[in-house]
Design a protein around this ligand. Structure first.
Ligand SMILES: C[S@@+](CC[C@H](N)C(=O)[O-])C[C@H]1O[C@@H](n2cnc3c(N)ncnc32)[C@H](O)[C@@H]1O
Length: 278
């Protein structure tokens, strides 16, 4: 692809979705965008770039952003965060909320929904007392296609085999001609909505736990910092943010600290640690 088109794509994608491609990713753009060009009757990638330049808010621009998102996810991804939530984080958190009986969790970058449904399964199976709580799990993502799949709650054999023990599958899913469908009791309190993390998100309200996993890796440091610090402002005082296994706040923001005793990248606001140890 020609350097001017490459430069345009990099700038456009970073401005609109945060994705920082860096150098020499022409092969990635070709692989993901040529099918979009073809599907829209355009001769090649260059023609697609010209169309997006002419109409940067049009449907082809949206299709280009969508095609460049990486939606890889699986049930109970990395296991440890779910185990540590269950054993360490949630018991005192639920005790502290025994009066309000309200728990709010945000799966930011929810992709096709496996993270949100894994949480629902874990909460249902390990904390039956939540049955009459106001439990909310809000899944958000930039990708409409991923969100549609998340809302459908239907997964292929391949997808359910990735991360779901067979007993959990049989207990919480129903086999349908379209695939394995999550049962209604687990959908209670779960919603999915479109949200670009680059844009303001105060409207979502305050959360007790924020999952922000495997999305910040695609962004440059200033954007990671901005997102994490805005998330901190939307955390309950005893809340936490959970990052992906390969992600850290180190070198990004000093407003969080690793939750004491956790192996998973679970972070709490630093001010809280200072207050606790004072
Ligand atoms: C690799 S998936 C991670 C899914 C899940 N959190 C996990 O760890 O398994 C990354 C998701 O981030 C979403 N994403 C990328 N840029 C985003 C942005 N600016 N705002 C919101 N979501 C974004 C993508 O659409 C994709 O579904």
């Amino acid at each position: 692809m020609n350097p001017a088109d490459y430069e345009f794509c990099c700038r456009f994608l970073e401005e609109r979705s945060g994705l920082s491609l860096g150098e020499n990713k022409g092969y990635l753009l070709e692989g993901r965008l040529v099918p979009i060009a073809k599907a829209n009757g355009l001769a090649d990638l260059s023609a697609l770039v010209s169309a997006v330049r002419r109409s940067p808010n049009g449907p082809l621009a949206d299709a280009m952003i969508e095609a460049m998102t990486t939606n890889e996810t699986l049930f109970f991804r990395d296991k440890t965060p779910f185990e540590e939530l269950k054993a360490t984080i949630l018991p005192p958190m639920l005790e502290a909320r025994a009066n309000t009986r309200r728990l709010r969790i945000w799966s930011a970058a929810a992709s096709t929904g496996q993270e949100a449904y894994s949480l629902a399964i874990m909460l249902h199976d390990s904390f039956p007392q939540l049955a009459d709580w106001r439990l909310e799990i809000v899944g958000t993502d930039l990708s409409q296609a991923a969100l549609e799949r998340a809302r459908s709650g239907v997964y292929s054999q391949f997808e359910v085999q990735r991360g779901l023990p067979i007993q959990t599958l049989v207990k919480h899913f129903q086999q349908t001609p379209a695939g394995w469908k999550i049962q209604d009791h687990l959908r209670r309190g779960i919603s999915f909505q479109l949200l670009n993390l680059m844009k303001p998100f105060q409207i979502l309200g305050v959360f007790d736990i924020i999952f922000c996993r495997n999305v910040l890796i695609y962004f440059e440091s200033p954007l990671k910092r901005d997102i994490l610090e805005r998330m901190e402002r939307q955390l309950a005082p005893d809340g936490c943010v959970i990052l992906g296994a390969a992600e850290t706040v180190l070198g990004v923001t000093d407003r969080f600290e690793r939750s004491i005793g956790c192996r998973a990248p679970i972070y709490v606001p630093k001010a809280r640690i200072a207050i606790k140890s004072a």
